[in-house]
Design a protein around this ligand. Sequence first.
Ligand code: ZN
Length: 441
Amino acid sequence: MKKNGKRFLCLFLAVLMCCAVLPPKAHAAQNGNYKMVALTFDDGPSPYTGKLLDALKARGAHATFFMVGDRLANYSDYRKYAKRMADEGHQLGNHSWSHAELTNYGYSKVSQELSSTRKYLVEAGGDKTYYVRPPYGSYNSTVKSAAAAPLIMWSVDPLDWQYRNANTVYNNVMNQVRDGSIVLMHDLYSTSVDAAIRVMDTLISRGYELVTVEELLRRRGITPKAGEVYNSAPNKGINLGHEIMDPEYYDESKLSQHWAYNSIQQVLEKHIFSGLGDGKFGPNMKMTRGMFATVLANYCHGTSTGTASFTDVSPTKYYAEPIAWAEEQGLISGYGNGKMGPNDPLTREQAALILSKYLAGLGLEATPGALAYTDAGRVSPWAQEAVSVCTQLGVFSGYPDGSFGPKNTLTRAEAAVLMLGVDARVLAIPQEEPPAGQSEE
Ligand code: ZN
């Protein structure tokens, strides 16, 4: 394979075709037809919480639990419920340590009521978004500032603590609930749990999604702020789909605002990346090992008529030929157990290893030295040389804080920037005299 020749062909084609600019399509459904309600449960956990969690799980529904710290501290079963809530995608909120009326307290006592409870929410793994519901819904400026979190109230109160009757509680909820409601109930009472299960079934049958408060607010375009109070989130023109909750999601109607937009355009124009096939690029998506082999094969115009030796590379997948090519070129060797893990995320040190091999094939080498990154000790032994070489060649650089993040997964946007770095290095090879080692294959 004449790599330089192919490269120039590629450049000419890119200039001639010059048409692979991203279509500025609006994909985001700003006004989707979603109807959502956030069910919230206070004062628990209790002996009935397990039944409620079972019911939520069976229905694919999510809820928010504002829990009382001393209950979590005193009962290991309740701590297990809290852990289960976090594991099953519910939101864990803070309802103070002792269910005290916080407006009677000063700043430090309020802070203490909340921080002692928060410790258990963190321990359960549910501290990703942290909201507070002060007991009795009572707050003042001291509570707002000591909470240092959004305060979540409600728009539907069935008075379930007063009417210990599932029918009454169900009817009270259904008479008030609407799209965007935050419903207050208590998993402290079996009647409330029974009513909540009926509410779920009715709302689901009417096309509602049952979501956490966090999801309700975000999908309605609200970014909650510490010390602000939220009661509901009706549809005021922004009504987004569930996919925005995915950390890999990016609203591609705003792609031109992405930090890597220029690089993304360039890799598309150069046909290094081909997009996801529906006009999308997926800049925040994790780069998989199969994707990276494909990108490298695109860049090199690498083709193969053979098949890869890996048992987990299906010959019908898009990455089958690129992986076969990369294996033939000695750029990848898989995990050593006959597997390649084509759908596994690609780490930065894995990318460095592959690229160092590729660059060495072009005669671009450097003498490996000690790594100066602050987290150099976390680089796997098999990747030390590769990271050093890639760093010296200017293909890879660390983060602004001086670390390298060897185990971090590359996003597609980061991989685009990386491949442009490779391209710049390859383009800098003197053309008159092709470097040694770059012969006909
Ligand atoms: Zn309460």
